[in-house]
Design a protein around this ligand. Structure first.
Ligand SMILES: Cc1cc2nc3c(=O)[nH]c(=O)nc-3n(C[C@H](O)[C@H](O)[C@H](O)COP(=O)(O)O)c2cc1C
Length: 269
């Protein structure tokens, strides 16, 4: 699979052309999802859901009835693990011409959780429709994209640093890490907040969450850590595509952090 092209091309698809998901695409995506591993080794159970039969609805989605969802036990790092794994599935779908949208909020969640037979110690962080993009976006989708400025991303040097948070990193100075970091920059995130930050320290890249207000629940569940899992996925896949061998590690560098910034994970190159 050409992951770099998939990461560059992917956008959220909310308007589908009405064609049912072909059986070979459905089966390929489900069996890919079932084999995806994550750096935290946390198991995820996947299901394809039928919106019509199971009374599911996601008001911003039109033109498809098929969804994919994953559920897992609540555990430390569940958010990052889910973000990493689900994004791999999203990119695989993209490689087959199947459109997706990460959905954490705009759905009748109770019905989806029932369809997933969610148990009390489990969580179903997000779902995605699966289908073939319509030639034109609905008005609702266009308005929604404008609302979150979905076609823009923060500049490279606002997100990535060298040695400490005091020294911004330019794309030119990033050398062999330029493409992997650029693929992190392009990643999807909840409300397009792009909460990922990275500090390059020698041969190690440390990832941090720059937490926004309102995404962390009282029980500790933090949707922006799902975004960080997506960032880790893009970094690892892009680094591998560039011939590097990124090794996942948890090694907090204990550097001075800006406000509301938290260590997540690192890759050694
Ligand atoms: C964890 C997560 C949750 C999201 N939840 C929703 C959602 O509930 N509804 C929705 O329409 N889009 C949702 N999105 C899609 C984002 O709005 C979208 O990825 C972002 O605006 C960037 O646009 P793009 O995906 O087209 O690049 C979510 C994305 C992520 C990563």
């Amino acid at each position: 699979m050409d992951y770099l092209s998939c990461m560059k091309q992917r956008r959220s698809v909310r308007t589908f052309n009405g064609e049912a998901l072909r059986e070979q695409d459905a089966q390929a995506i489900l069996s890919f999802a079932e084999k995806v591993e994550n750096p935290y080794d946390l198991p995820i159970e996947w299901k394809l859901l039928d919106a019509k039969k199971q009374n599911l609805s996601a008001p911003v989605i039109a033109g498809t009835d098929t969804y994919i969802a994953g559920k897992m036990r609540r555990a430390a790092h569940a958010e990052e693990a889910f973000g990493y794994a689900f994004e791999k599935v999203v990119l695989f779908a993209e490689s087959r011409g199947v459109g997706t949208t990460w959905i954490a909020g705009t759905m009748n969640r109770a019905a989806f959780e029932q369809a997933m037979a969610l148990e009390h110690d489990e969580v179903m962080p997000c779902v995605s429709p699966l289908g073939y993009p319509a030639a034109r976006m609905s008005l609702r989708e266009t308005v929604m994209r404008k609302g979150v400025k979905a076609d823009t991303r923060l500049p490279f040097s606002d997100l990535f640093f060298r040695g400490s948070f005091e020294t911004p990193l330019t794309p030119e100075a990033a050398g062999r890490l330029q493409t992997p970091l650029e693929m992190v920059r392009l990643a999807p995130s909840a409300v397009n907040k792009q909460p990922w930050r990275a500090v390059v320290d020698g041969d190690t890249v440390h990832f941090f969450e720059k937490r926004s207000k309102g995404y962390r629940k009282d029980d500790g569940w933090d949707l922006q850590k799902v975004d960080l899992g997506i960032a880790l996925c893009h970094f690892e896949l892009a680094a591998q595509s560039c011939g590097l061998q990124p090794v996942f590690t948890l090694c907090d560098p204990a550097i001075a952090l800006p406000e509301n910034t938290f260590y997540i994970a690192s890759y050694r190159i």
